[in-house]
Design a protein around this ligand. Structure first.
Ligand SMILES: Nc1ncnc2c1ncn2[C@@H]1O[C@H](COP(=O)(O)OP(=O)(O)OP(=O)(O)O)[C@@H](O)[C@H]1O
Length: 262
């Protein structure tokens, strides 16, 4: 449960997510350690860091499915997990959750009916969004892993969510599909005003984001625009910036190594 008394609430109108002192303990281990960050509205925020650093845990906290969360976590102006947030957030996990014995279109129609997002045209729009129109009548069970993940993404897009939380959406995709998906993310932000929080452990995807949260071992190493992070560290790439921040932080932990760049 969130302890809202611990920290001042200062989400600001421009932030979709605001965290302060966000901590998660799993199995006796502190896997998120007093995180402070914001995710601005209408932009793509990349959550980057090595496998096991806590990206999925942070995303579950934002969508309200993570247990043992303490600190302040506001999402779209409400405490994380508030039931009014359910239709306003689209969440895609790493494991595709669709019915393998239904076609792509049947899956979308089913979820549209269940989620109450059955607005005319939304099923076809979502299928087109993820570039699966030519596979609309294919059984989900006959799709590749990458195509299945895109069906899950289409489900998340059905209700035109304000906030999309996507856990490693480009894993296993070829370069062309990866590029197409990033173009879709930018369209969703620019044309539909959506806020996207996208995790990846591939540092070159960082350059495609408006803003980054760089994570390591349950902490935020730095946050800011890719340009600002590179300038701040004097590094040619975000990957180099990350490595420099890791080295820098090594001297500062366990107290505070977080650096706000913007
Ligand atoms: N039940 C648990 N008990 C103790 N530690 C756990 C438990 N579940 C997860 N962890 C640890 O929490 C940390 C964060 O896990 P999380 O899945 O959030 O990482 P991640 O950055 O999303 O990794 P990946 O990219 O590999 O999915 C990991 O180090 C993991 O080992």
């Amino acid at each position: 449960m969130m302890n809202k008394a611990e920290e001042p609430r200062e989400p600001g109108p421009g932030s979709a997510v605001h965290a302060s002192g966000l901590t998660v303990v799993r199995g006796g281990r502190t896997v998120l350690d007093a995180l402070q960050f914001t995710v601005p509205r209408g932009e793509i925020t990349g959550l980057l860091g090595p496998s096991g650093c806590g990206k999925s845990t942070l995303m579950r906290a934002v969508v309200g499915t993570q247990a043992a969360v303490t600190g302040t976590l506001d999402v779209l102006g409400l405490p994380a997990g508030h039931r009014d947030l359910r239709p306003r957030i689209g969440y895609v996990t790493q494991a595709a959750s669709v019915y393998l014995d239904l076609t792509v279109r049947q899956n979308l129609a089913y979820f549209a009916a269940v989620l109450g997002g059955d607005a005319p045209g939304h099923v076809e729009r979502a299928i087109a969004d993820v570039d699966l129109t030519s596979h609309a009548t294919a059984l989900a069970g006959n799709l590749s892993g990458g195509q299945l993940n895109r069906v899950s993404l289409a489900v998340a897009l059905l209700g035109t969510p304000e906030l999309l939380v996507l856990d490693e959406p480009t894993v296993g995709l070829d370069p062309v599909l990866r590029r197409d998906l990033w173009e879709l993310f930018h369209r969703l932000a620019a044309e539909r005003g959506a806020t996207l929080l996208v995790s990846s452990h591939v540092m070159d995807e960082a350059e495609r984001c408006h803003r980054l949260l760089l994570m390591r071992e349950g902490r935020i190493l730095a946050q800011g625009a890719p340009d600002a992070l590179r300038a701040r560290t004097g590094a040619p790439t975000v990957e180099d910036a990350f490595l420099r921040l890791v080295d820098e932080a090594a001297g500062k932990f366990p107290h505070q190594a977080e650096e706000n760049v913007r």
